[in-house]
Design a protein around this ligand. Sequence first.
Ligand code: ATP
Length: 542
Amino acid sequence: MGNEEPAVMQKIVSLCKRRGFLFQSSEIYGGMNGCWDYGPLGVELKRNVKEAWWSEMVTHHDDISVLPGAASAYEMTGLDCSILMHPQVWKCSGHYDLFHDMMIDCKESKRRYRHDQVRGRWALLDDKRVFVTAICEPEEESEALMARAQKCFGLRAKERDRIGWDGEVVSLETVEDFDQVFGPDAKETGTLTEPREFNLMFKTNMGALFDEKSVAFLRPETAQGIFVNFKNVVDSSRVRIPFGIAQVGKSFRNEITPRNFTFRVREFEQMEVEFFCHPDSSQEWYRYWRDRRMQWYKDLGLSDSRLILREHSESELSHYSTGTADIEYAFPFLPEGEYGELEGIAHRGDFDLRSHMEGKLNPATDPLEVEVDERGKPVHRGSGKDLSYRDPVTNDKFLPHVIEPSAGADRATLAFLCEAYTEDMAPDEKGEMQGRVVLKFHPRLAPIKAAVLPLVKKDGMPEAAQEIYRDMKREFPVFYDNKGAVGRRYRRMDEAGTPFCLTVDGQTLEDGTVTLRDRDSMEQTRLPVDEAKQAIREAIRC
Ligand code: ATP
């Protein structure tokens, strides 16, 4: 992340590295762009996010209860599909033909850019008119463009006022004549190529032969594994529509400009549900999932003021969707008033099942049209398998409609990290107020739930503390720390986001009580060990 990131984001990034939440992938070799490794605390945090999701979406549902607010009883089940799938899956899903960005290359700097992300402005000097471009954060745009224009016209800083401007800053997409464009990293004009399609799927080869037939793709989303297994799940379990299938797993996209820490990366984890329902009740289910998913983020601590639910307008909707909403969060790396997507909830109609059944002719224009041979018989470019559903009770046969809540585990983890980051004041060993950094995670997400701290390293306190530590560790992640002044140990735990510290002192040895310190209020309460344990248990359950 460059120096331009807002100060708070820089602090979060450096805390993440310092305390072992996140490291740049392959750092000792200079790093791998768009890939990140979760460190000892990060891995626990992300596991807790995924676990909270799975528990909300799958394990806390059963097949008999009618949930409050739900349209009717429903079941939820899971899958764990392979990352490499039959190439035809991606043809029928549309990813092979449609999953691409328009890219431009710079012949001079050899850099590649997303066409829609290059922005610039027409700059004028004497009789020259050049579209000057820059890649930067919005708040730095005017200075960056001025610097580029100066370079383009070969002027010195004090000659800047000779430069005139024509119109506002606009996307390169508005420009037709590339000969007049001064690329973001170029030394002269006219070095950018025309936009070209660039597929975002990672390609690989399977087997010993490296030919066209052996080409396979790393999945760009987990959803397709669910669709192609729809029949298997229906036939092998006793689920009845409405029901949902959940999956958590890695996805890969060759993003052109990975950025903003773990927000846009090339290897990430998704948490997706495909919820299959009768077409007649699909709108109701769409609204149900949209609202329920929004509530999940709030329940785990994202504040109302930073979270929005954005319904897509008619023009934004995919041709098959009758409703899509994004849950978005005001990440600190975004300019004021802008939000980044955490999750999309889409009403996908019967598009996916139908595609895997029948295939598509021209996905862009005739998505549901079936190809026919010279005798008028349908040519199945899809699997040709009947993926419709027959209700075992009503005998009603139909192609289910699908509601898809699709979330990113890394983006959710990043949002919880950003939300948790707090700077406030706390007393030091001498009782003087000092600044402290604290990660105020919801106790359920916190990587470590409690720290057990002997007040001093003598008089039997370490032994008593270790006994409590071992006992608690059987139930939840606990940390034992006996190094340094107790105030400093509290601070270390605050930075790791540990909600409770249990201190063992002389009195513990006499009456079995400890002090329980609350991370956020810093209040300390004296209570028996069992009650302290119960308080922690309750906090992480809710
Ligand atoms: P964006 O518009 O930000 O590229 P998208 O609309 O393409 O996202 P979806 O295809 O709907 O995203 O994927 C579902 C979720 O997967 C997103 O809401 C996001 O949380 C996550 N996700 C998608 N692409 C990435 C990525 N490159 N890095 C991290 N998470 C991602």
